[in-house]
Design a protein around this ligand. Structure first.
Ligand code: NAD
Length: 421
C-alpha cells in the first residue's frame, strides 16, 4: 500500500466512524492546489542541475496552509499530497488555526555543499513565493531541512517583498525570529501527552518507569523532560544498541555521551544490550517509540510490556500490532503520533504568532503555552475516545481512531460553516 493509499484509507475510516457524509471524504481526498516547480542550480563543479520541487496545499478551511518542506532523492508528488493531507488532520487535531500543506524537493542534500544547498533553498523559496505568505501558506522544516535553510528562505522571501516577513516560515533559528523552545518542543510535547495519560490512567507520572526507543532529537528531549517531571527513564536505545538500568539512567549523562561519541552504548553504567529494539521490550510502565516508523509490528507486539505507549516518532506502531496491543487485558492506550508528537507544530504556531506581533515570549512562557495546548488536546481526544467506544461497541476502537475522528470533525465543521459542503 502506498503512503497515499494508506492516508486515504485512514480518511475514509475516520469519516465513516464520525458518521459524516461520504462527500466529506470526496472533498478531502484531493488537494486544493498542487504547484510543481523547477529549481536550476549552478553546482560547484560548473554543471547546471535542474531540480524538481513541489508545494501541495491540501485544505485551508481552518486557516493558512501549514506543513514542512522535505529534501529527499525519493520524494514524489504523490507522497507530498499524502503528507499534506496528513498535515490538515494533524493541525486540525492540534486545535490550531491552520490547514494542511507540504513541500518537497527531489535532491540528495547529503551530496551537496553548503553553497549548493543555499542556492537550492533560495531558488525553491523564489519558485513558490507567489503562493505562500504568513496569511496564505507557512512552510517549515521536515526531513533533511533545518533552521539554517528556513533562514535562507525567509531572507529570500523578504528580499522579494522588500521588507522583513518573519511569519512566512517557522522553525527559524532563535537568533532570527525563531524560538529557543523549538529544539526540544516535540520531545517535550510527547512527555506532556504521556504525563496527562499517566495522570488519568496510572495514578500519576512521578515515579513511573519509562523506556525510550531512539536517542535523537525527539527521544533525547523526551528522556530529559520525563526525568524532569519525576519519571524514571530505565532504557534508551539508538542504532548502537540499548542501555538499560532498572534503577533509572542518568539522562543528562546519556545525552552528553551520545552527543560526544555518537553512540549511546558508550554510556558507562547499567546494562548494555546490543539489540537496538530491546528498549521496546523491557519492563516499563510507559514506552515512547521516538526513533523511526514500523518498529512495533505483528511480529513483536506481544513482547511489549508497557501499559501505555506515547508515539514520539511518526508511525512506529503498525495497525496489526495495535490490534494485538489493544487485545491485551492490561494495555491502556497508544497515544497516536498525530497527537503525541504535535509539540513541534504547536511550537511553529506560537512562533508564527510571535512573528505576526513582533513580540517574543520568554522560554518558560512558550513552554507553558505548548503544555497547555497539548494537555487540552489529550483531554479532548481521551473524551472523544470514551464516547466513540460507547457509540461503536461492534468494534475495537483505538485512541488513534478517536484522534482522526476529532480531526475530521473539526475540518468538517469549518467547511460546513463556510458553505463549502
Ligand atoms: P533523529 O534523526 O534526530 O533521531 C533518530 C534516532 O533514532 C537516532 O538516535 C537513531 O540512532 C535512532 N534509530 C534509528 N534507527 C533505529 C533503530 N532501528 N533502533 C533504535 N534506534 C534507531 O530524528 P528525530 O528528529 O528525533 O525524529 C524521530 C522521529 O520523530 C521520526 O519518526 C520523525 O518523523 C518524528 N518526528 C520528529 C519531529 C521533530 O521535531 N524532530 C516532529 C514530529 C515527528
Amino acid at each position: 500500500m502506498s503512503y497515499l493509499e494508506w492516508m486515504l484509507s485512514v480518511l475514509k475510516n475516520s469519516v465513516e466512524l464520525a458518521g459524516l457524509p461520504q462527500e466529506v471524504y470526496d472533498y478531502l481526498s484531493k488537494p486544493d492546489r498542487v504547484l510543481m516547480v523547477k529549481i536550476p542550480v549552478r553546482m560547484d563543479d560548473g554543471r547546471l542541475m535542474v531540480f524538481e520541487g513541489y508545494r501541495v496545499q491540501h485544505n485551508n478551511a481552518l486557516g493558512p496552509y501549514k506543513g514542512g518542506i522535505r529534501y529527499h532523492p525519493e520524494v514524489t508528488l504523490e507522497t507530498d499530497i499524502a503528507l499534506a493531507m496528513g498535515m490538515t488532520l494533524k493541525n486540525s487535531l492540534a486545535g490550531i488555526p491552520y490547514g494542511g500543506g507540504k513541500g518537497a524537493v527531489k535532491c540528495d542534500p547529503k551530496k551537496m555543499s553548503m553553497r549548493e544547498l543555499e542556492q537550492l533553498s533560495r531558488g525553491y523559496a523564489r519558485a513558490i513565493a507567489n503562493i505562500i505568505g504568513p496569511e496564505i501558506d507557512i512552510p517549515a522544516p521536515d526531513v533533511n531541512t533545518n533552521p539554517q535553510i528556513m533562514a535562507w528562505m525567509v531572507d529570500e522571501y523578504s528580499k522579494l517583498k522588500g521588507y522583513n516577513v518573519p511569519g512566512v516560515f517557522t522553525a527559524k533559528p532563535p537568533e532570527l525570529w525563531g524560538n529557543p523552545v523549538r529544539i526540544y518542543s516535540t520531545g517535550f510535547g510527547t512527555v506532556i501527552a504521556a504525563k496527562a495519560a499517566a495522570e488519568k490512567w496510572l495514578g500519576g507520572f512521578e515515579g513511573k518507569t519509562v523506556s525510550i526507543h531512539g536517542f535523537g532529537n525527539v527521544a533525547q528531549y523526551a528522556a530529559y523532560w520525563a526525568n524532569k517531571y519525576g519519571a524514571k527513564v530505565v532504557a534508551v536505545s539508538d542504532t548502537s544498541g540499548t542501555v538499560y538500568d532498572p534503577k533509572g539512567l542518568d539522562v543528562e549523562l546519556a545525552m552528553k555521551v551520545k552527543n560526544e561519541t555518537g553512540k549511546v552504548i558508550n554510556y558507562p553504567h547499567g546494562e548494555k544490550i546490543s539489540d537496538s529494539d530491546a528498549s521496546l521490550y523491557v519492563e516499563a510502565d510507559i514506552l515512547m517509540p521516538c526513533a523511526i516508523e514500523n518498529v512495533i509490528t505483528e511480529a513483536n507486539a506481544n513482547k511489549v510490556k508497557a501499559k501505555l505507549i506515547a508515539e514520539g516518532a511518526n508511525g512506529p506502531t503498525t495497525p496489526e500490532a495495535e490490534r494485538i496491543l489493544y487485545s491485551r487485558k492490561d494495555f491502556i492506550a497508544a497515544i497516536p503520533d498525530i497527537l503525541a508528537n504535535a509539540g513541534g507544530v504547536i511550537m511553529s504556531y506560537l512562533e508564527w504568532v510571535e512573528n505576526l506581533q513582533w513580540y517574543f515570549w520568554e522560554e518558560e512562557e512558550t513552554r507553558e503555552r505548548i503544555a497547555a495546548i497539548m494537555e487540552k488536546n489529550f483531554k479532548r481526544t481521551a473524551e472523544r475516545w470514551e464516547k466513540l467506544k460507547e457509540e461503536r461497541k461492534d468494534k475495537v476502537v483505538t485512541m488513534r481512531d478517536a484522534a482522526f475522528v476529532l480531526a475530521v470533525e473539526r475540518v468538517y465543521k469549518a467547511m460546513k460553516l463556510r458553505g463549502w459542503l
